[in-house]
Ligand binder design. Sequence first.
Ligand code: AMP
Ligand code: GLY
Length: 446
Amino acid sequence: MRQVGKTKVLLVGSGAREHAIADALIAGGAEVYAYMQLLNPGIKKIAKKYDVGKAGDVASAVKFACENSAEIAVIGPETPLAAGIVDELKKAGVECVGPEKLHAQLETSKSFTRNLVKKYGIEGGIKFRIFTKGNATEAKQFIKELCSAGGCVVKPDGLTGGKGVKLTGEHLRNEDEVFAYCKDVLEAHPSVVIEERLEGEEFSLQTLTDGNGGFLHFPVVQDHKRAFENDCGPNTGGMGSYSDSNFLLPFLEAEDVEKAKTITEAVAAAIKKELGAPYRGVMYGGFMKTKAGIKLLEYNARFGDPETMNIMPLLRTSFLEICKATVEKRLAKLKVEFERKATVCKYVVPEGYPDNPVTGRIVVPEGGKSLVYYANVEERNDGIHTTKSRAVGFVGMADAINDAEKIAEEAASKVQGRVFHRKDIGTEKLLQKRIYHMKKVMEAGK
Ligand code: AMP
Ligand code: GLY
């Protein structure tokens, strides 16, 4: 029988991000009903009930929520948001922590967000233009301008799983290659965003907003997109991340984080004006500290992966209470506290990831000091198997980043099977490299 007082929460998604969210919800007293694309062994163990179905299959997720009388829904990934899951859940009477399809444009359309920041004169905007097949030839001149001023970035205007963005100096060697890539993008997408290439250090500010002027800004985190140590190799969904006990990062000042918060709050206000209805859910801002100040790279309409694994374990306040306050539009009144600890997350991924991942059985250590979050793995009769994506996230928490790193590293290095992880994430050497890079960038701006 259902315990009196337990709030039933639908959780959509099956990655390590959702495993961390499920943990936090349950610690806060929720009963979790998980709708997953893959059967996540970690979520399976702690959920009250689960169902497996396609991420974009909104109807099945809504049916599952209704059958189980879910009161609140937390949507993990972008695919169901883009498919309008929040609109359908709301129609069915389920309140959601996540934006409607129209508002999810914040993530699904890079041109929407760039135009919004420009139109409302919000700080953090950068030089950009949007091209379609109709005016693609005009892109040549703009590319030339940007390349002679320091480089350019090409972004498909739509969801690409973080893989469609290409930069000069990394993936594109010259103006001709930039233009050729723009044409390729326009074969698959209605438009392409071309923007100036920035130089600096990136950070993620994840914010929850209730659409009623309430904002909960989580501690900032830095992700590591490149597959291999020393930031080499192809871009990935993120190989690991860290946060610091003072809720800054070693290369950031308090005023930098304040600036990012101001930008996010201004963007939320602009969305309300632009779309005629407020945004409710997560606004995950990808920012860069540059010589010209804090600049916006993109927004996601969901929590970050791996960044969620850094922030959920830090919560002292119940995440269920936070979700309730969000849907009841009283987030501004809720006092939210975090542990003043540093965190380091390391993802163990299949050999060959991201280009040619191998699948195979792995043995995952549990019971140590590290938190363990399962991602894209499959539980079979003989144990846990990797799939094509990130497998398991390990999180260390301690007073200092270096100590948190040791905890995560110890656990990650014990996984048996054909996998690898980045040993350098959270180490003193890599932190010093970031600080040095930031110093050089700022000096160049003087
Ligand atoms: P996005 O999907 O927009 O976050 O882009 C993916 C990655 O490309 C970011 O995490 C950055 O590393 C890089 N990137 C995106 N936009 C820019 C830019 N304007 N200048 C430099 N790097 C960028
Ligand atoms: N950490 C990158 C993302 O969640 O999109």
